[in-house]
Ligand binder design. Sequence first.
Ligand SMILES: [Zn+2]
Length: 96
Amino acid sequence: MDSLQQKPSLTCANCGSVNVSISHVRSAFWQDDRLVVVEDIPALVCGACAEQFYDDTTVVGLDLLRGEGFPAEKARTALNVPVFSFGDRAAAKSGP
Ligand SMILES: [Zn+2]
């Protein structure tokens, strides 16, 4: 079989479905002890298994952002993020 023709590779890496569409998502990244959120990431989302993945261009773009250290002055806005400890939950559960 000659399948060297380049197709747009919109195939799910997880289940192989071609029911993949582009959706703009928001994702969180850890930069050392700092949590940053990136919005409007063009992600490929599988309609069959809901797997979310990025194409090479997007991965490179995210790597560049990470390489810049997510400079605060470039942030569009900031979020207050509540932080929970799973240990607190376990402690609260004690007793009948
Ligand atoms: Zn899939």
